[in-house]
Ligand binder design. Sequence first.
Ligand code: AMP
Length: 210
Amino acid sequence: MRHLGNLARSLKSDAMTMKSVCVYCGSNFGSDPIYTETARAMGRTLAERGLRLVYGGGQVGLMGAVADACIDAGGDVLGVIPDFLHHKEIAHPRVQDMHIVSSMHERKLMMADHADAFVAMPGGLGTMEELFEVWTWSQLGRHKKPVALLNMKGYWDKLVGFLDHMRDEGFVESRHRDMLLSAETPDAVLDALESYEFPGMIASLERAQT
Ligand code: AMP
C-alpha cells in the first residue's frame, strides 16, 4: 500500500521540523465542559503556532471542537474520514482538505503519513486504538515521530499507571515506555513533541539490522 511506503521512508529521514500534528480525541464531549474547552484550546494553539491539524474529519464531540477552533483561528486542517462513517460522524463541512477513504486502516495510515507528531486527548476506545497503534509503529521503528498524551484533569492517569506496571513487569522496554510523552496543556504538549528524540526500536529488531 502506498502509505506504508511513506511511513517506511520516514524512518530514514533525519530529525525534521514539526509542521503538522495529528490529534486523536473523542467523538463524544465527555461529562465535563473542561474537555471541550481544552479541545478548543488545542485547535487554537495549533493555529497560533502555525501547525497543521490532521484529524479524523468528523464534526462530532471533541473532534469537531478541535477542528472548529483551529479553523476559527485561521489554521490549516486536514481531515480523513472513512466512507462508512461519513454519515455517523458527519464529515466536517468547514474542513477544506477532506479525504474520504474506504476503510479505517486507510484512514489511520493517511493520518499517520500526513502528521509529524501525534497527540491523544481524552477520548474513548477509538482514541485508545489509534494511540496504541501509532505508538507500536514507533516501537517497531516504522517511524520516528513523537507521540504524546494530553493528560488534562488527570484523564489518562490510570492508563499511565498501568503502562508503568507493564514496564516494571518486564513487558515494555523502559525507553519505549518513555517514548510516550505527557503534558497537561496544549502548549506544554506541543513543546514536548518538538523536543523529542527517537530512542531506537525494540532491541531484537536493532540487533537484526546490524
Ligand atoms: P472514540 O474515542 O471512540 O470516541 O473515537 C474517536 C475516533 O476514533 C472516531 O473518529 C472513531 O471513528 C475512531 N475509531 C473508533 N473505533 C476505532 C477503531 N477500532 N480503530 C480506529 N479508530 C477508531
